[in-house]
Design a protein around this ligand. Structure first.
Ligand code: 9MR
Ligand code: CA
Length: 590
């Protein structure tokens, strides 16, 4: 029976469900049991065949579990709506259009407004379906006091702090300085590259700040930066904190230190709330968790970056940011290895044992902003790697490569490291069944963001070299996230014929409560995860899915299908980059 079944297995056509810009590469993957090349046709909106060709021969791909055939149709450049037919099946309708990525970029940025804490989300910006009352407004939090899960007894702080604002991290209502850092940085970096100047010029996004004369992208990032500033510990505050590495799951040894200028690691609920819980209905006490060196360096980096970007348009804010960044840097010099305590319930850990990369990143931002020798001395010149919330050295490298006024030698060295990394990603494309710049079998928590962060580096390499090969790699990454994957799934809500519908989110919980909305358009799912299959849905898939298939569109699948600010940020970046068609305002000579 098996051969017959294999013959009956339907082919699937997987491609970017949004479509393609006319000048970009165009590929689809046909997954079909036959080894022989397959004929394909492209049909226009009237059903007329406008292009035909033949796929490559089928090859077996362990990462997808598919036998993959590649259809290439770069010559389809005339704008219009099309379908691809092969092996007796047809794809959904995709577009060829120059403006394809602008709505995606705008929707993906709007997600940050939806995630705002401490303010009502208004119908006039998001539509009645997604409007909601303010959550955690105001948010006055006390420091964690008492015994944590590991038995450490924390003394608490004498006063409560107002930490209203910022973005909720993800499907939960925690606000974490380390993840705020890479997320706000990514939006600010997109601004600094110039790729989004037109797209997010004042008035282009739907925000309360639209029309205030300032760039909308920078305004959205500022919402988070303002909150990060509130997370800074006042000068000369003595606190008992854990110094250096300490044994896990036994009580920490706490030592009184001057914590002034550090940043609290996070503010979050005392206990996990259930799904669904609208932000305004969260009744848990909000708790500030102990400062960490990682959070402190994230604050230093992002505030220094903001100081640079607001210098001419809001000098007072820029000065406030720079002062905070300098204080944070000094605090991290004084307290170089205070690791985030993670034995608390009710929120994510975001623990990190390597702080060298946070230090290098903060140094790069402060150096790019001030040019001072202290910061220059702390720069790192290691290889560029895929950034993530715990691995941020490359964010500094990117800043050295793009910021105005960085000395040419340092700038060019940073650019060369980024191009080398991009070359590595391009070399993975032919080794990957679905032809993406990532050939590993390892799909980590938030894998879609790793693939998009590769596209960020590829987009930068395209800019630095003028070579279209790198842009093609970024297109491959976007194609994957928008449907060219074995699930035929667009991992972005509101985008394509099979979009994300049920992310793990406490408010967009339509799947479990019909009164609540589905996700707004532009939300990115974390994506396949075969390394930490922790949630109840993932547990059932474990050991039974090819890496790229370890995913489900289910609200309970928090390890596979959550959304998060650090994942949506590179989606904004990549969509804006692709929309810009690789062009951006000519750079100033340094
Ligand atoms: O993105 C984080 C991932 O790298 C970790 O492996 C995972 C488990 O610790 O946590 C992820 O971050 C979550 C955070 O802890 C809480 N808010 C939701 C985040 C996304 O799932
Ligand atoms: Ca780190």
């Amino acid at each position: 029976m098996l051969p017959a079944l294999a013959l009956l297995a339907a082919a699937t056509i997987n491609l970017n469900q949004l479509g393609f810009r006319p000048g970009d590469p165009k590929q689809a993957i046909v997954a079909a049991p036959t080894p022989a090349p397959l004929d394909w046709q492209i049909l226009d909106a009237t059903g007329t065949v406008v292009l035909r060709g033949r796929t490559t021969a089928g090859t077996d791909d362990a990462v997808s579990g598919d036998r993959v055939h590649i259809a290439t149709f770069d010559t389809l450049t005339r704008p219009g709506a099309y379908r691809l037919r092969a092996a007796g099946v047809e794809s959904g309708t995709f577009q060829v259009a120059p403006t394809l990525y602008a709505p995606l970029a705008r929707n993906a940025l709007a997600v940050f407004y939806h995630q705002r804490a401490g303010t009502p989300i208004e119908a006039r910006y998001v539509g009645a379906r997604w409007a909601r009352p303010a959550g955690h407004a105001p948010e006055i939090a006390a420091c964690f006091a008492g015994k944590d899960e590991a038995g450490t007894v924390w003394p608490g702080c004498p006063t409560k702090r107002d930490v209203t604002g910022g973005w909720y991290d993800a499907g939960d209502h925690g606000k974490y300085v380390v993840n705020a850092g890479i997320s706000a940085w990514t939006l600010q970096n997109l601004y600094e590259t110039g790729f989004a100047r037109r797209l997010f010029a004042d008035g282009q996004a739907r925000l309360p700040e639209s029309g205030n004369g300032r760039d909308d992208l920078l305004n959205e990032a500022r919402w988070e930066v303002e909150w990060m500033l509130k997370m800074q510990v006042p000068p000369a505050t003595r606190m008992a904190l854990p110094i250096g590495p300490q044994p896990k799951s036994t009580p920490l040894t706490l030592t009184p230190v001057d914590a002034g200028g550090m940043a609290f690691h996070k503010v979050a609920d005392a206990r996990w709330t259930t799904i669904p819980t609208a932000p305004a209905d969260d009744r848990q006490p909000r708790v500030l968790y102990p400062p960490s060196t990682a959070a402190t360096l994230n604050l230093a980096a992002v505030a220094a970056q903001a100081a640079r970007l607001w210098r001419t348009t809001d000098p007072a804010f820029a000065a406030r940011c720079l002062a905070a960044a300098r204080q944070a840097w000094t605090a991290a010099v004084r307290n170089p290895d205070i690791r985030a305590a993670t034995a608390f319930t009710g929120s994510g850990g975001y623990g990190d044992d390597n702080l060298a990369d946070e230090r290098a990143w903060a140094a790069a931002e402060l150096f790019a902003t001030t040019g001072e020798a202290t910061y220059r001395a702390a720069l790192s010149d290691g290889p560029a790697t895929v950034p993530g919330w715990a691995d941020v050295a490359t964010l500094g490298t990117i800043t050295l490569a793009v910021a105005d006024g960085v000395p040419t030698k340092i700038r060019d060295n940073a650019r060369a490291r980024i191009v080398t990394a991009a070359d590595g990603f391009l070399a993975e494309v032919p080794r990957s069944g679905y032809r993406i710049p990532y050939a590993s079998q390892k799909y980590d928590w938030g894998s879609n963001s790793n693939i998009l962060n590769r596209a960020v580096l590829l987009g930068l390499a395209a800019r630095f070299t003028g070579s279209a090969r790198y842009r093609a790699g970024a297109v491959d990454a976007a194609d994957y996230v928008l449907g060219r994957n074995p699930l035929g799934q667009s991992f972005v809500s509101g985008t394509g014929w099979k979009p994300l519908q049920n992310p793990h989110h406490r408010f967009w919980a339509h799947q479990v409560d019909a009164a609540l909305p589905p996700p707004p358009p532009g939300v990115l799912s974390g994506g396949p995860n075969n390394t930490a299959m922790a949630d109840p849905v993932a547990v059932k898939l474990k050991g039974r899915c090819a890496p790229q298939r370890c995913w489900a569109d289910d609200i309970n699948a928090y390890a596979l299908n959550e959304m998060a600010i650090n994942w949506n940020a590179p989606l904004v970046w990549v969509a804006a980059y692709l929309d810009a068609g690789g062009s951006a305002p000519t750079e100033k000579a340094n």
